[in-house]
Ligand binder design. Structure first.
Ligand code: SIN
Length: 482
């Protein structure tokens, strides 16, 4: 208990820590213990945050980029100094194994580091005169879109906050955050560090809420919020997209996935099995880009399945605060029930359990390998978001591509091959926003790279210059030299 971080529990609104009329509990999914009661914000807090963001927008927009950069750099330094409390908080509130939480604390800070640099470099362009009008000069200015509203998920309680907030702040947009109800403590810690970094009032605000609807309604219907960014399910993303359309907000949505991992017959089986296991079981299978379907060329399927099953059976399930734990609990009862139901559905339809396939008490579920799977089973057709790997076969490249693309989702897809031509052909044919070739972790420590999906997996990109553009308007100033 004693080395637990001490968490702010109030909302961070207009530069002040404020209580709300109600609180809600944040629970440790590994033990069920209540960690803290935090402010449960609603429409009133949303209105206050909105007014504050609107009020501060002109001054934050006109703050020199170098000064925005300096504050963000200080925020980064504090996040780096506080990496261990941030990591522990994540593990405690959503069950991520501690080594992975330490990695995420660095990953989260890397977005602040990267966009602190961008803040200094947002400029414009000077275009030459159009031919018939030699007296004109065309100036292109990049301006912040305006106050932004972000809704972040529990599976990356720190990195999904900074991947959205850092480009917004760099661009000059005040940012209002509604963190996931399962993991508000990490977000509140980040707000505390922002305050310590000297971030101006109302520029970064954090409003925890058990029910996001009343708060979101205020922010999404108000035309002064100019940007909505959300990571979460496709169903909720569609609803938000429709709501945001009423005020024609800029929107970025990072939604569900159904990632295939294609293992071709020329693969180094030991290496491929290791990478698939890593991509499948990281964060206990709860990342949007985790492998959801393992598709293996028939010739090597038995060898691959054996190697992959051995690795899966050896994964250590347990207390996520222990450094040797590789699989923690599912985040909550809903997540646990989804995983259990997916395995039961597959088994009832004829799948065989090769490894695992059982609950391990509380919210823990054994890492699982299923064979004899086919379309029509939830484990192949839906995103399981848990430690379950269905292994199916394909005959040739054409079938592999057809199977991989045979889903509405398009976030991440993977393949393992040593054939360079195949690597190009297949990666070009996959309808996915991220493709890992012999790489199960394409997003790792890459704040400068684009992240986002096609089709039902979303709209827009985060990371790199693409993530910054999401918060910038492009303005033409046509200047006549008179
Ligand atoms: C996500 O699950 O959306 C984030 C995964 C990552 O950044 O690696």
């Amino acid at each position: 208990m004693s080395d637990r971080p001490s968490w702010p529990r109030q909302a961070f609104v207009a530069g002040e820590w404020r209580s709300a009329a109600r609180t809600f509990p944040v629970r440790n999914p590994a033990t069920g213990e209540t960690l803290a009661e935090v402010a449960d914000c609603g429409a009133d807090e949303a209105r206050r945050a909105l007014e504050s963001a609107v009020e501060v927008f002109p001054s934050w927009k006109n703050t020199p980029g170098a000064e925005r950069s300096r504050i963000m750099r200080k925020w980064f330094d504090l996040m780096t100094a506080q990496a261990e409390p941030i990591a522990k908080t994540m593990t405690l509130e959503m069950g991520k194994p501690i080594l992975e939480s330490r990695g995420e604390a660095k990953y989260a800070a890397s977005f602040v580091d990267y966009y602190a640099e961008s803040a200094r470099r947002i400029g414009g362009e000077l275009l030459p005169a159009p031919a018939p009008f030699p007296h004109k000069r065309l100036l292109v200015r990049y301006e912040p879109v305006g106050p932004a509203y972000g809704i972040t998920p529990w599976n990356f309680p720190a990195a999904m906050v900074t991947r959205k907030a850092a480009p917004a702040l760099a661009a000059g947009c005040p940012f209002i955050l509604k963190p996931a109800e399962q993991s508000p403590l990490t977000a509140l810690l980040l707000a505390q560090l922002w305050e310590q970094a000297g971030g101006p009032k109302g520029v970064f605000q954090v409003l925890p809420a058990l029910d996001p609807v009343p708060l979101s309604q205020v922010l999404i219907t108000d035309p002064r919020i100019r940007k909505l960014t959300f990571t979460g399910s496709t169903d909720v993303g569609r609803l938000l997209y429709a709501q945001a359309a009423q005020t024609l907000k800029r929107v970025s949505l990072e939604l569900g996935g159904n990632a295939p991992f294609l293992v071709f017959e020329d693969a180094d089986i030991a290496k491929a099995a290791k990478e698939v296991a890593f991509s499948k079981f990281r964060n206990t299978g709860q990342t949007c880009i985790c492998t959801n379907r393992v598709l293996v060329q028939e010739e090597v399927r038995p060898r691959f399945t054996e190697a992959f099953s051995d690795l899966t059976a050896a994964l250590k399930v347990g207390d996520p605060m222990l450094e040797d734990t590789q699989i923690g609990p599912l985040v909550d009862q809903q997540g646990f029930a989804k995983v259990k139901a997916a395995v039961e559905d597959a088994v009832a339809k004829g799948a065989k359990v090769r490894v695992g396939g059982e609950a391990r008490g509380g919210l823990f579920y054994a890492p699982t390998v299923l064979t004899d799977v086919r379309r029509g089973m939830k484990v192949l057709d839906e995103e399981t978001f848990g430690p379950v790997a269905p292994v199916a076969a394909f005959r040739d490249e054409a079938e592999a591509i057809a199977l991989a693309n045979g889903t509405g989702y398009g976030l991440a897809g993977y393949l393992w091959t040593r054939d360079l031509g195949r690597a190009f052909r297949v990666s070009e044919a996959l309808e996915y926003g991220l493709v890992g070739v012999n790489d199960g972790l394409p997003s790792a420590m890459a704040p400068h790279a684009p992240f986002g999906g096609m089709k039902d997996s979303g709209v827009g990109r985060e990371g790199g210059p693409w993530g910054l553009d999401e918060y910038l308007e492009v303005k033409l100033v046509s200047l006549g030299l008179v």
